[in-house]
Ligand binder design. Structure first.
Ligand SMILES: [Mn+2]
Length: 427
């Protein structure tokens, strides 16, 4: 199924007068504060968030999965789903693939299919956290960190294979997330496991094309519950530093222990030019993979405050991070959930762009925490929804993506096309 521009336009027309009124009101308020609204609209329109191929089916927990039907059954259908999102919000113009779940049988045809939806290929993701059929050695006790060289070699070869597929599709980065770790004290030698991981990553790194980046993702626990080899940003940063200038840390919002100051991590990594990738989601307890902004929109705003600061810093050698949503949906329609996530990201980004950075810096210099809070919260409490809607309208997207999705009866159409029992390949 595809949603044509005509449908979106006629849907927009119904609410256009009301939208124009709210936007004009907001624009006036912002201009009174000497905020360049046109510049902010331009920034929002230029912000694309990649959708991972595994977020398009109904996620589950280890206790159960409750699919809603019409899930994508192939790589082509996954791209069709991301195409639907991109048609509705014009902000999801990239797809992130996972090998072996998304091995392209004909890379040329897949690229053409992606281009027909206006999509490009974001970071490639390797998988050494599961055993695949026909695999010689098991990853039960680790992959890149494994005690056996044969297992490590197999995991390194897999990552090289992922780079190979990525090159065929025009991707420019590889994300490595490892489940390697131990669940019982004494089970693993921390130092040796980390050293073996570094050596394996070095083998992958030398294979990386000149214009590629390697993202090292960290996570404090799960699936292992005693120790994780790459447990935190410090360990990831250490590895990225050892590897070289093409290696970066990847921050996943759900991969922190409760109350971690993620915005500070962002600030430090960007200062060092080492924040390469960013995975959005929200959580209450752990890696809950909830809709972005569902739980802690203020934290998301504070994180964006640092991201904007880092991106504005002319002296910074940090590349523009690769943005991706990394979530899994057990209750919601996955596509509606992704639309909500992208909107939450845009809202936080827009609010961070409203911050009067000069005044904030003055307040800091004068040690005035009251004024600093006033400045931050003035931006955060501004209802920027009309601004985001206007950015979408200008880009040819829907003023109200979720409502348009429902009115187009997308899920019903997908179920008719693919069947009520169609299950997404992958997780
Ligand atoms: Mn992630």
């Amino acid at each position: 199924m595809r949603i044509d521009d005509q449908f979106i336009q006629s849907h927009n027309d119904k609410t256009l007068p009301k939208h124009r009124e709210s936007f004009a009101h907001l624009k006036q308020r912002l201009e009174e504060k000497h905020i360049n609204v046109e510049q902010i609209l331009k920034s929002i329109k230029g912000f694309q968030v990649a959708i991972p191929s595994w977020a398009l089916g109904t996620g589950g927990t280890r206790f159960g999965r409750f699919p809603g039907g019409g899930e994508p059954r192939s790589l082509e259908e996954k791209m069709d789903d991301v195409g639907l999102l991109h048609a509705l919000n014009k902000a999801s113009g990239a797809i992130s693939l996972h090998i072996p779940w998304d091995i392209p049988s004909d890379a040329g045809a897949i690229k053409e299919h992606a281009a027909s939806h206006g999509l490009i290929f974001d970071a490639m993701n390797s998988n050494t956290f599961q055993d695949q059929e026909g695999q010689h050695h098991s990853y039960k006790f680790g992959s890149l960190c494994h005690t056996s060289k044969q297992v490590r070699d197999q995991a390194v070869a897999h990552n090289k294979e992922v780079i190979h597929y990525g090159k065929e599709l025009g991707s420019k980065s590889l994300t490595v997330w490892l489940s390697d770790g131990s669940s019982f004290p004494g089970q693993m030698n921390f130092r040796k496991a980390l050293q073996r991981t570094l050596e394996s990553l070095q083998e992958i790194y030398v294979y990386l094309p000149e214009d590629w980046k390697l993202f090292v993702e960290y996570k404090p626990y799960e699936p292992h519950f005693y120790h994780t080899v790459i447990q935190d940003w410090g360990t990831s940063h250490l590895l990225a530093r050892e590897l070289g200038e093409k290696a970066f840390t990847l921050v996943d919002l759900g991969h922190h222990l409760p109350n971690t100051n993620i915005e500070q991590i962002v600030s430090t990594l960007m200062w060092q030019g080492k924040l390469g990738g960013f995975h959005f989601n929200d959580s209450k307890f752990g890696d809950d993979d909830l809709t972005v902004g569902a739980l802690k929109p203020y934290q998301l705003f504070l994180i964006f405050n640092e991201l904007v600061e880092g991106m504005k810093d002319k002296g910074s050698k940090n590349p523009s991070p690769a943005w991706m949503i990394d979530a899994s949906h057990n209750l919601k329609d996955p596509l509606e959930d992704l639309l909500q996530s992208v909107e939450a990201i845009q809202l936080a980004y827009a609010q961070a762009l409203l911050i009067d950075r000069e005044k904030l810096e003055q307040a800091r210099e004068q040690n005035d925490p009251v004024l600093a809070q006033e400045i931050l919260q003035d931006a955060y409490r501004t209802d920027v929804r009309p601004l985001i809607a206007e950015a979408r309208r200008q880009a040819g997207a829907a003023l109200a993506p979720v409502q348009t999705f429902r009115d187009a009866q997308v899920r019903k159409n997908l179920i008719e096309e693919r069947g009520s029992k169609a299950l997404s390949t992958g997780l």
